[in-house]
Design a protein. Sequence first.
Length: 115
Amino acid sequence: QVQLVESGGGLVRPGGSLTLSCAVSGTSVKINGVGWYPQAPGKQRDLVAITVSGGADYAESVKGRFAVSRDDAKNTIYLRMNNLRPEDTGVYYCNTPAGRALGVWGQGTQVTVSS
């Protein structure tokens, strides 16, 4: 059974930084297709970062500001977010190919960027 537990969100001023964590069980994070999906208030979930061979791909809106990393021993994936903007506000979810196939999502972690 796939389980995803996101953490690390919070309230940060514009220009600040946060690192989100996603602890995964039931499937490995050592694969392509592990992604981060923010959901802004009143909007659909977006994909802003996803692991690919040799690294990760990023949406244009976050390129150069966000970075994905992982800890294989902990089966955990991270999203380092720098130079945060108010439009980055939302609930951030992670997911894997297996989780998406099963329709399983975690509870997400709230990121609020505000002065």
